[in-house]
Design a protein around this ligand. Structure first.
Ligand code: BTN
Length: 259
């Protein structure tokens, strides 16, 4: 029987100094991104974290839904209010924080599918959705939404374009969600503290990508393009070299390895 998150247990494990202060939990919510957006507009500080056990309208990248059985997963939105130069890197920081926390807690190696899906043995275990809030045209805050499949049978998930897995499935035992969240926040905080002018984050992120040098297909704006993934720059943009030797660069899309 899966248990709801225990906020006191989580607070006892929390080592991050900023992220998780405050820490808010609701048993169910439409989306932690929506909840966080409302709180951000009402003045919630950087570091506020919104957690739930169940989302009725969880969302993913590219307009997709994010489904997770009750009490099975990490469903978290982290509120940040960084300087302008850090916004483009938030998706890397979110993906890397999930990789580091999973590896530390579960001992299973992870890779990143461009731009920020976390994979174990080529199967998706976590996703990151970064959404901004603006005052006029000026960025005011961002919510980094992180979903991790923790204690669930992947066979019960609705079929997706990409094969999925969960941490319990990979390690063969239930995984402590409170500990995982505490480690996720600590890793996020460490990575977020890297100076914006340093290349440490893009370099760490690039080192985890599973596609460089490999033939891939990207679907972007409804168009499927095949080529070899030859570069990702420090903003995360992906360059494919096409069979015609033409190079094309993408900032968003859905990538899969070609057979
Ligand atoms: C993706 O892989 O498409 C991104 C998935 C992000 C899901 C998380 S779960 C917590 C937060 N709230 C949401 O509605 N979405 C994100």
């Amino acid at each position: 029987m899966l248990a709801p998150l225990s906020l006191p247990s989580l607070e006892a494990l929390l080592r991050a100094q900023v992220f998780g202060h405050p820490l808010a939990h609701r048993p169910d919510v439409d989306s932690t991104q929506e909840w966080g957006r409302t709180e951000a507009r009402n003045g919630a500080p950087e570091g506020a974290v919104f957690l739930t056990d169940y989302q009725t309208s969880g969302r993913g990248r590219l307009g997709r839904t994010w489904l997770a059985p009750p009490c099975s997963s990490v469903l978290a939105s982290l509120l940040v209010r960084p300087g302008a130069s850090l916004y483009p890197r938030l998706f890397m920081i979110g993906g890397l924080a999930a990789v580091m926390a999973i590896e530390a807690d579960c001992g299973v190696p992870c890779s990143i599918k461009w731009p920020n899906d976390v994979l174990i043995k080529g199967m998706k275990v976590a996703g990151v959705l970064t959404e901004g809030g603006f005052v006029g045209a000026v960025p005011d805050f961002s919510l980094v939404g992180i979903g991790i499949n923790v204690n669930l049978d992947p066979a019960t998930l609705a079929p997706t374009r990409y094969p999925a897995t969960s941490l319990s499935h990979e390690v063969g035992t239930a995984v402590d969600r409170e500990r995982l969240i505490a480690d996720l926040l600590l890793w996020f905080e460490r990575l977020y503290a890297e100076p914006a002018e340093s290349d440490a984050i893009p370099n760490l992120w690039r080192a985890r990508l599973d596609i460089l040098g490999r033939p891939v297909t990207i679907v972007s704006n409804g168009e499927a393009v095949e080529g070899t993934a030859t570069n990702v720059d420090s903003t995360g943009a992906l360059t494919l070299t096409l069979p015609s030797r033409e190079r094309r660069t993408f900032v968003a899309g859905d990538v899969s390895l070609s057979p």
